[in-house]
Design a protein around this ligand. Structure first.
Ligand code: ZN
Length: 58
């Protein structure tokens, strides 16, 4: 399983995802970024930052 805490990238955000794949997290995050943070265009650089913050959990 993969886990991502939005707070690792956006200080103060408490959203956390645990999904079976990194792609699922990125898909969920796209909606969250728009609704919670007003980010409607997730840049490649942002995706890279998120990927680096994703941790593997068992
Ligand atoms: Zn967030």
């Amino acid at each position: 399983m993969k886990s991502f805490a939005c707070g690792d990238v956006v200080p103060g955000c408490e959203a956390v995802w645990v999904c079976s794949t990194e792609d699922e997290i990125l898909a969920s995050l796209a909606g969250h970024a728009g609704s919670a943070h007003g980010i409607h265009d997730v840049s490649a650089e942002m995706v890279k930052t998120v990927q680096e913050a994703i941790t593997t959990v068992s």
